[in-house]
Design a protein around this ligand. Structure first.
Ligand SMILES: [Zn+2]
Length: 255
């Protein structure tokens, strides 16, 4: 009797732990419609990959609290766009789970250091070292509406998030193999010199520091992959290995 009872308890606990280990929040009808109609990357995936994308988005939404300022409710459309940004970035690494649970705050528009909001304010996205991820809703929507302009605030900020995983954002995410770090630093620095001479496909903002270089290069990798591969094959190859994706040979994010 007792051994049987123990086995039953172990099975029930195991089931409970397995169930708790991967909690998900089902995407609402609006969320699913947003993926299908606004996220070109998702729309072009085969159906089995779409099912995995939805599961990963649901997992992301379970792990992250997304709200407006002062915990105001945000729409399922915006939640879906935030989750889609996170999932697109790491979709080539099956089962990847974002390293830290962070709150996400979506402002209506751009914002400044004091979190005043307006179309001409300075920031459209931000990741605090140990704090929340901030987005402008307008910039996030534009990121999916303009899939080839090389600007995608969602991909940019989540690139910072994976860069922060080793403690500091230094343009070298910890998933990069150790032997690749030194050549990558040399590549970043030589490309930064080209940016300053305006000879790079990357914009001037990438020359700010290594963290911004990595985030801007990520945006360009997903939104202008063919141009990046043609003009900066080495840079493209490093990002392809970090993200486990070949967007130059596949549908473009947001297209
Ligand atoms: Zn940045």
């Amino acid at each position: 009797m007792w051994p049987l009872l123990a086995i039953v308890i172990v099975i029930v606990c195991g089931f409970f732990i397995a169930f708790r280990a991967k909690p998900t929040v089902p995407l609402s009808k609006e969320g699913r419609e947003t993926l299908a109609s606004r996220v070109g990357y998702f729309a072009r995936l085969p159906s089995d990959a779409q099912a995995r994308f939805v599961r990963e988005a649901e997992r992301f939404l379970a792990d992250h609290h997304i709200s407006g300022p002062r915990d105001a409710e945000v729409s399922d459309e915006l939640k879906a766009l935030v989750a889609a940004s996170a999932v697109i970035l790491m979709f080539g690494r099956k089962g990847f789970v974002y390293p830290r649970t962070r709150d996400i705050v979506v402002y209506d528009d751009a914002f400044n250091d004091e979190y005043n909001v307006g179309p001409s304010e300075r920031f459209i996205g931000m990741v605090h070292g140990r704090g929340p991820i901030l987005f402008s809703a307008r910039a996030l929507r534009e990121a999916f509406e303009r899939p080839r302009d090389g600007i995608h605030v969602g991909l940019h900020e989540f690139a910072h998030v994976i860069d922060f995983d080793a403690g500091a954002a230094d343009g070298v995410p910890s998933m990069m193999p150790w032997r690749a770090v030194e050549p990558w630093l040399a590549l970043m620095h030589s490309e930064t010199r080209r940016i300053r001479r305006r000879r790079s496909v990357l914009g001037q903002y990438a020359a700010t520091n290594e963290a911004e270089f990595f985030a801007v290069a990520t945006e360009v990798f997903f939104e202008k992959p063919n141009e990046l591969k043609r003009k900066h094959a080495e840079l493209y190859a490093v990002l392809a290995s970090v993200y486990g994706q070949q967007p130059a040979d596949a549908p473009l994010a947001g297209e």
